[in-house]
Design a protein around this ligand. Structure first.
Ligand code: M6R
Length: 610
């Protein structure tokens, strides 16, 4: 959701800005722009649509300078148009600004600034912020004025700023939206994330909320909003560039789906040593774990379905009462969370605005925070007392796949850890589950090997307006996730439902043209027969059944010919395998429908606004 890149260096910055913006494309955007500084003017190029449009603009009207800023915009205030595109300028083009986030008091500021004669061309809050900065920096010390301007802006921001009054200087600041500063052979940089400038930098600083950075020929300086100079905390960049290329796959999503075998195995290597589970960043004593009575897990989107799975597991194996809620709901209801309730969040990006606001609310209520996250140094990570990284590596496809499977895996390991610490799991059950877990990477690999069959099924059923996904118990969240994946990338409406609820409404939808994806991998537990009965209810109404079933299970043979067999595993672990089949169904349906799989319309990778 919006991306920022900036450079001050010893060569033309424009190709680096464009390369950086391409690396930020995955975040979602609908227009893009760059600004560079010359001695007497700031020059801008902006275009609506894909970055290729901006590149065309630059071919027709080339730009060159060693200092510049660039931006991909995901529209919040005003439609995607050139006049709303960043960078925005103020003071007759003497100042240019790119911005991620939302300035909540922009109307108020705009009224004051209009009264002072500032003209406005766009509908954006960013143009108002640019004018506000220009107003505050018009006289006196520039840095002091910038700090005053930021202190008067309510909301969230990450900004990059150029001013003709500050030649050869690039300013950056953050509050609630991520921004990093980097340095490398060719200069100093700013960006929304590390992958954007990965080829350029050796070391980065993760700016803290309220910090302002000044990048110049003298290097990098950072102050907090009170004006106190901050120590520069450079961190060596460990990420490999191969982690952010598509590695020969036709899309990032397909690559990431295939990476799941490695991610799941990697998490076991990381967190299970000599049969013992330990989380280096969890920092939670056995005494604390034993006193836990309640947990609340808050998250959004796909991560919310991981939370639902986590709840099922923790309640199945321990006596801890667990609730889940969506970040966007939790923060606006009056949750009765007692101080001491462990509030957990799950997030790939660690930047999701609703999850972050929920955490801040829970902290005020005196709750310790556990975050399960994929991105080192992200905002959620900084807010947390206890941490578990999902180590899935950068996820570029907008539709989450490997980060989700990693979240599921972390919940399995966390559950075993909690149950063991509380004395609620026998050593035999623990051994048994760990032994089953060891087989999961191979099981995922076998599902991937079956992709041509899944593709054949998906491409026969992709054409209708809608589809229904059914599952029970541990696989109910997977039905929701399968439907979400399908909606996100194939744009086919899809609904996930608890199979037992079907008769209370959605059964009315079933006819011969509705594909119904039924997760039927339970074979022995108390929901196994019930799920088959639900499938027969669909069959009785001539629904087009696509079943996911356990290898060797004959029960569906007379019901449908479209069966995706997956390797047998314990029921509570089956979601880790089944979800891969669901991802591939969505993937091949999207491919048949010709959508932009890695960058589906209207979606952003990290949702940093409400
Ligand atoms: O970064 P997060 O995990 O907090 O993101 C939450 C959702 O925005 C995210 O899972 C979204 O639903 C994805 N597009 C799912 O594929």
């Amino acid at each position: 959701m919006c991306g920022i890149v900036g450079m001050l260096g010893n060569r033309n910055a424009v190709p680096v800005l464009i390369e950086g913006l391409k690396r930020l494309e995955y975040r979602g955007y609908d227009s893009a722009g760059v600004a560079v500084q010359h001695e007497t003017e700031l020059e801008l190029r902006r275009a609506v649509g894909r970055l290729s449009e901006l590149e065309n603009e630059l071919t027709q009207h080339p730009l060159s300078s060693t200092i510049g800023i660039g931006h991909t915009r995901w529209a919040t205030h005003g439609e995607a148009s050139v006049r709303n595109c960043h960078p925005h300028t103020a003071s007759e083009g003497r100042l240019a600004l790119v911005h991620n986030g939302i300035i909540e008091n922009y109307q108020e500021l705009k009224g004051d600034l209009a009264g002072k004669g500032f003209p406005f061309q766009s509908d954006t809050d960013t143009e108002v912020l640019a004018a506000h900065v220009a107003d505050c920096t018009a006289e006196g010390d520039f840095l002091e004025g910038l700090r005053r301007a930021l202190a008067g802006a309510r909301g969230a921001y990450a900004i990059g700023l150029l001013s003709l009054d500050q030649p050869g200087v690039l300013y950056a600041a953050r509050l609630g939206s991520p921004l990093i500063v980097g340095k490398g052979r060719d200069g100093v940089f700013i960006a929304s994330d590390v992958p954007a400038i990965l080829p350029q930098v050796d070391e980065v600083i993760y700016l803290e909320d309220g910090e302002v950075a000044r990048l110049s020929g003298d290097g990098v300086e950072i102050w907090n909003l009170a004006g106190e100079a901050q120590e520069l905390k450079w961190v060596k960049v460990e990420m490999e560039d191969s982690a952010v290329d598509s590695g020969g796959f036709e899309t990032f999503m397909l690559k990431e789906v295939h990476e799941q075998t490695r991610v799941v195995r990697g998490l076991m290597d990381q967190y299970v040593k000599d049969g013992k589970i330990s989380f280096p960043d969890l920092d939670m004593s056995v005494g604390h774990i034993r006193t836990l009575q309640r947990m609340m897990i808050v998250s959004c989107g796909t991560a919310y379905y991981a939370a639902m799975y986590g709840r099922l597991l923790i309640e199945h194996f321990t006596s801890i009462a667990v609730e889940t809620d969506l970040g966007s709901e939790f923060r606006y209801r009056s949750p009765k969370i007692q101080p001491g309730t462990l509030v957990a969040t799950v997030s790939q990006s660690g930047e999701t605005a609703d999850t972050l606001a929920s955490v801040q609310m829970a902290k005020k209520a005196g709750c310790p925070i556990l975050t399960i996250c994929n991105v080192f140094g992200s905002s959620l990570v900084r807010e947390s007392d206890h941490l578990i990284y999902t180590h899935a590596g950068p996820e570029i496809g907008v539709a989450s796949t490997k980060a989700f499977t990693a979240q599921l895996m972390v919940f399995v390991l966390l559950t075993l850890h909690l149950a063991e610490a509380r004395g609620e799991l026998t050593p035999e059950s623990r051994e048994e589950l760990l032994a089953e877990l060891q087989k999961i990477p191979t099981a995922i690999h076998r599902v991937l090997e079956n992709k041509e069959h899944i593709k054949e099924i998906a491409s026969r059923h992709h054409d209708g307006p809608s589809s229904l996904y059914l599952g029970r118990r541990f696989n109910y969240p997977m039905a929701l996730e399968g439907a979400l994946k399908n909606k996100e990338i194939s744009y086919q409406h899809a609904e996930g439902y608890a199979a037992g609820e079907m008769k209370h409404g959605p059964i009315a939808l079933i006819n011969e043209s509705l594909p119904v994806i039924c997760i039927c991998t339970e074979t022995e537990d108390e929901v196994a027969e019930k799920m088959i009965s639900n499938v027969r209810e669909v069959q009785a109404r001539a629904g087009r059944i696509i079943a996911i079933a356990t290898e060797g299970d004959q029960r569906l043979n007379d019901i449908t010919r479209d069966i995706i067999f997956v390797p047998r595993t314990t029921e509570c672990l089956s979601p880790l395998v089944n979800v891969v089949a669901l991802q591939l169904i969505a993937y091949y349906a999207a491919q048949a429908r010709g959508t932009d799989i890695d960058k589906p319309r209207n979606l952003a990778k990290s949702v940093t606004v409400e």
